[in-house]
Design a protein around this ligand. Sequence first.
Ligand code: S3P
Length: 179
Amino acid sequence: MKRPHIVLIGLMGTGKTTIGKRLARDLGREFVDTDALVEKRAGKSVRDVFVEDGESAFRDIEAEVVADVVGRDEPSVIAAAGGAVLRATNREHIKGCETVVWLDAPTSLLVKRTSNRAGRGHRPLIDVDPASRLDALRLEREQVYRDTSTDRVDVEGLGIDEVVRRIVDIRNAAAEVAK
Ligand code: S3P
C-alpha cells in the first residue's frame, strides 16, 4: 500500500510551497514543508544551517524530516525541498507515496521567481550566478526528478488555480487506479 500523501518535488522556484498550500487548503489536508520542519528541528534558518554546519548536516536533518513526514498517517500535501531527492533513502520514501508531482519550469522563470530573496533567503546554493547554478542543478537532477515522480506539470504560463486543478486531476486518477 502506498502512503496517502501528495508530494511536490522540483527545483527551487517552481512553486512547491505556494501550490502545496493552496492544494492542501482545497483538499482539506494538512500542508507540510520540509524546509520549515528542518528549521524547526535545527532551531535556526536553512541558510544558517548551510553556513554554520554545512550542506551535508542540512541533508542529514532533511532526511530525518522526510522519513517523518512520509510516515504520517494523515493524508497530507508535502512540499519536498529541491534537494530532497538527492539521497536514495529519501527517494524511496517519496516513491512510496500515492502521488508525486514534479513541478518544472524553465530556468529563466525560476531565476525571476527566486531573485527577490537572493543572498538572504533560504536558498544559499543560488546566491552567486543563479541562472548557471539552476542550470547545473537541473542537469544533475532532472533524471532524478523524472524517476522519482509519478507525473510532471510544467508550470510556465499557468496560474496557481490551473496548476492546482491539474494536480487534483492527477491525484483523483491515482486514487481511481488504487481502488
Ligand atoms: C535546496 C532547495 C531549497 C532549500 C535549500 C536547498 C536545493 O528549498 O532546501 O536551499 O538543494 O534545491 P526549496 O526547493 O523549497 O527552495
